[in-house]
Write a protein that binds this ligand. Structure first.
Ligand SMILES: Cc1cc2nc3c(=O)[nH]c(=O)nc-3n(C[C@H](O)[C@H](O)[C@H](O)COP(=O)(O)OP(=O)(O)OC[C@H]3O[C@@H](n4cnc5c(N)ncnc54)[C@H](O)[C@@H]3O)c2cc1C
Length: 600
C-alpha cells in the first residue's frame, strides 16, 4: 500500500506566496476567489480523494477491468467512487457555470488533478478525458451540440473520449482512414476502427460521448483532410435522455503494463450516427483544444505519481533499518540506523522532492496563465498568456512525466527488493507512470513540437515569455546576498539554455535533422532551467520569511528552511546537468545518424 497525504502546505505556498492568488480575483468570473475559499476547496478535495480513491488504487490494479460480450466492468468500488466524485462536484470545478460548472480557477483544478493522480491514476483518466471532451466541444461545437452534451459532461452523467489512434496510425494522424459520409438531416455515418481508446467503454455512466477524428469523402489527403465528429454510444433524445444504441461497439480491451483499472478499448464504428463539430477538414484545430488540455493534464499525472512515490519512499526510509551511518551511529537505540541516514538514499529522496515541488510550482504558473488566456479578451496580457502556455505545454507534458517515471523508479530503489515485489505498491507506480511518457503524443514528439513549432513561432515571441522574466530576475537579484550563492549557478544554466537555443535556431535553418537530433536534450535543458527558475524564486521567498523571525516560527520556519535547503539541492546537484546537455546538443546529429539503417 502506498503512503500519501496531500501536500497541502506546499500547495498553499505555491498558490498564495509564490504566485499571489489574490491577483486571480481581478479576472472576470473569479471575483469571488480568495485565499480561504481556495484553501477550503483544496482541503475538502484532499479529504475526499484520500478516503475514496486511494484505497482503490491497489485493488483496482490487482483486479483490472473485465471484458465480456462488448461490456466492460470497472474494478470493484470504481462505480461508487465515480458516483461520489461527481456528486461532490469534483469533476465540474472549473467548467463554465453556463453549463452547470463552478467556474473555479485553473490552479485549484490542476492541484486537485495532482491529488487525484497521486491517489489513483487509473480513476483520473475517466474524469480527465471527459473534461478534455467538454473543452473541445465548448470551443468548436454548434449551439445545439453544446446545449445537449455539455451539461451532461459537466455534471458527469456522461463521460467523453478522444478517438484518434488507429492500428496503422498513432503519431502520424495524417494516415487515418476512418470515414464519415454525410446523410440526410445534417448528420453523418461514420465507419472505422479506433484502438487504445481510454475510457472507450465502461460501466460508470449511462452514455459515452466519443470525439472522433475521421475523413469526409471529399477530404484532401494527409493531416489537412481530417474532421472532428461527435459520436455518442447512445443517441440522446432532444430532452437529454438516452435514446437508441448507436453503431459503436467495444471489441476488446488491452492487457497492459499498468493503469490496469483504466479501460483501454478497441472501438468499432459501424455506420454510427455522427455530428460534425467545427468546420469540415479543420478537425485537427478542434482536437488540439482537447489535446493541449490533455497534455497539461498528463504532465500533472506524472507529478501526481512522483509525489506518492516520494512520500512512500520517505516513510519507508524512516522505518527500515540497515547499516550504520557513515558519520557514526545516529540511532543507538535501534539495531541499525534507518535508511534515511545514508547519503545515497538521501540523493534519491532529495531528487524526488526537488522534482515534485519544482514541477508543482511550474504547473501552477502555467495554470494561472491559462486563466488569463481564457478569461481576458483581446488584450496584450491575454496574448502573452497564450504564448506562454503554448511554449510550456510540451515541456510540462514531457518533463513532468519523465521526472514522474524517474521518481517512481527511485522510490522503488529506496525500497530495495521490497519495492520490486507487489506488497508496497512501488512496482505499480513504475508500471502506471510509464504510459504517461507515451500517450497524448510521445515525449519525443513533444520535444519536436518545442523545437520545430514553439521556438520559431511568431519570430520567437513565445520564447520571450520565459526568457524575459528570467533575465529580469537575474538582473534584479544580482546583489541579493540571501540568494547570491544560488543565483550564479542558476544564471550559468540559463546561459546554457540561451546558447542551445541560438545553436538550434541557426543549425536547423540549413538542416532540420539537427533540430530533431537536439530536441529531447533541449526539452530537458529547458525544463530543468524552468524548474531552476521556480526554485530560485521559492528560495528568495523562503529567505525573506526566515529573516522575519517575529512572524515565522515553529512549523512555518521548518517549512521555509526545508524550501531553501531543497532549492540549494536542486540548483547545486541537479541543475548542473544543463552544462552536459548543452555539450550533447552542440555535438550535433553526426554520430547519431552515422550508421546506415541496415547497420543498426
Ligand atoms: C494505455 C494507452 C492509452 C491510450 N489512450 C488513447 C486515447 O484515449 N485516445 C487515442 O486516440 N489514443 C490513445 N492512445 C494511443 C497513444 O496516444 C499512442 O500510442 C501514441 O500517440 C503513440 O502512437 P503509436 O503507439 O502508434 O506509436 P508510433 O507513432 O508508431 O511511434 C513509435 C515511436 O516512434 C517515434 N516517432 C514516431 N514518429 C516520429 C517522428 N516523426 N519523429 C520522431 N519520432 C517519431 C515515437 O516517438 C515513438 O517513440 C493510448 C495508448 C495507450 C498505450
Amino acid at each position: 500500500m502506498q503512503t500519501y497525504t496531500a501536500p497541502l502546505r506546499d500547495m498553499r505556498f505555491v498558490m498564495h506566496e509564490l504566485f499571489d492568488s489574490a491577483r486571480l480575483a481581478k479576472l472576470p468570473g473569479l471575483e469571488e476567489v480568495n485565499t480561504e475559499l481556495l484553501d477550503t476547496i483544496l482541503e475538502e478535495a484532499a479529504k475526499f480523494q484520500e478516503a475514496v480513491l486511494l484505497p482503490l488504487n491497489a485493488s483496482g490494479d490487482a483486479e483490472g477491468c473485465q471484458f465480456e460480450n462488448g461490456v466492460v466492468r470497472t474494478p470493484k468500488g470504481f462505480k461508487d467512487a465515480y458516483k461520489a466524485f461527481v456528486a461532490a462536484g469534483w469533476g465540474s470545478l472549473n467548467s463554465d457555470p453556463a453549463y452547470g460548472g463552478q467556474g473555479m480557477a485553473m490552479c485549484i483544478s490542476k492541484l486537485i488533478e495532482e491529488i487525484v493522480c497521486s491517489c489513483n491514476l487509473s480513476f483520473g483518466l475517466y474524469t480527465g478525458l471527459s473534461h478534455g471532451a467538454y473543452l473541445a466541444l465548448k470551443s468548436y461545437g454548434s449551439k445545439s451540440l453544446k446545449d445537449l452534451y455539455l451539461p451532461k459532461l459537466v455534471d458527469g452523467t456522461w463521460t467523453g473520449t478522444m478517438c484518434l489512434t488507429e492500428p496503422h496510425c498513432g503519431t502520424d494522424l495524417g494516415l487515418l482512414r476512418t470515414k464519415a459520409v454525410p446523410v440526410a438531416g445534417g448528420t453523418y455515418q461514420l465507419t472505422g476502427a479506433k484502438i487504445f481508446i481510454s475510457a472507450g467503454e465502461h460501466d460508470l455512466t449511462e452514455n459515452i460521448v466519443h470525439l472522433v477524428l475521421a475523413r469526409l469523402p471529399d477530404a484532401p489527403s494527409g493531416i489537412k483532410g481530417i474532421s472532428l465528429f461527435v459520436v455518442p454510444k447512445f443517441i440522446p433524445n432532444p430532452d437529454g435522455s438516452v435514446g437508441a444504441r448507436n453503431g459503436v461497439t467495444c471489441e476488446r480491451i488491452e492487457h497492459k503494463m499498468g493503469i490496469k483499472a483504466s479501460a483501454t478499448c478497441q472501438i468499432a464504428f459501424d455506420n454510427a450516427t455522427a455530428w460534425l463539430a467545427g468546420e469540415p477538414h479543420k478537425g485537427m484545430r478542434a482536437m488540439f483544444v482537447m489535446m493541449n488540455s490533455e497534455r497539461l493534464s498528463v504532465g500533472i499525472q506524472g507529478l501526481g505519481v512522483g509525489e506518492v512515490a516520494y512520500q512512500s519512499a520517505v516513510a519507508y526510509a524512516r522505518e527500515r533499518v540497515q547499516g550504520r551511518s557513515l558519520s557514526g551511529t545516529k540511532y543507538p537505540e535501534k539495531l541499525a540506523d534507518p535508511l534515511i541516514v545514508h547519503p545515497d538514499v538521501r540523493r534519491m529522496l532529495m531528487t524526488m522532492r526537488s522534482y515534485n515541488e519544482g514541477c508543482r510550482a511550474l504547473g501552477v504558473w502555467v495554470a494561472n496563465q491559462l486563466d488569463v488566456m481564457e478569461r481576458l479578451q483581446d488584450t496584450p496580457e491575454r496574448q502573452d498568456a497564450e504564448d506562454f502556455v503554448s511554449l510550456m505545454t510540451p515541456i510540462v507534458k514531457a518533463l513532468f512525466t519523465d521526472l514522474g517515471y524517474e521518481s517512481s523508479n527511485l522510490a522503488l530503489q529506496v525500497f530495495g527488493g521490497h519495492g520490486y515485489i507487489v506488497d508496497h505498491g512501488m512496482e505499480q507506480l513504475v508500471r502506471d507512470a510509464r504510459i504517461t511518457m507515451i500517450y497524448e503524443g510521445t515525449n519525443g514528439i513533444q520535444a519536436l513540437d518545442l523545437v520545430g513549432r514553439k521556438l520559431p513561432a511568431n519570430m520567437g515571441r513565445s520564447l520571450r515569455q520565459f526568457f524575459h522574466p528570467v533575465g529580469e530576475f537575474i538582473e534584479k537579484n544580482a546583489q541579493d546576498p540571501n540568494i547570491g550563492a544560488l543565483l550564479q549557478p542558476f544564471a550559468k544554466a540559463f546561459g546554457a539554455l540561451q546558447l542551445a537555443t541560438g545553436f538550434i535556431a541557426q543549425k536547423s535553418l540549413s538542416d532540420p535533422e539537427e533540430a530533431g537530433a537536439a530536441a529531447t536534450d533541449y526539452l530537458r535543458l529547458f525544463g530543468l532551467v524552468a524548474l531552476g527558475f521556480m526554485w530560485i524564486r521559492m528560495a528568495k521567498i523562503a529567505t525573506i520569511k526566515l529573516n522575519d523571525k517575529v512572524n515565522v516560527a515553529g512549523p512555518n520556519a521548518a517549512f521555509y528552511d526545508a524550501k531553501y535547503k531543497t532549492a540549494t539541492f536542486f540548483i547545486e546537484r541537479i541543475l548542473p546537468q544543463a552544462g552536459s546537455l548543452l555539450y550533447s546538443i552542440k555535438a550535433g546529429k553526426a554520430s547519431m545518424m552515422a550508421l546506415r539503417d541496415s547497420a543498426l
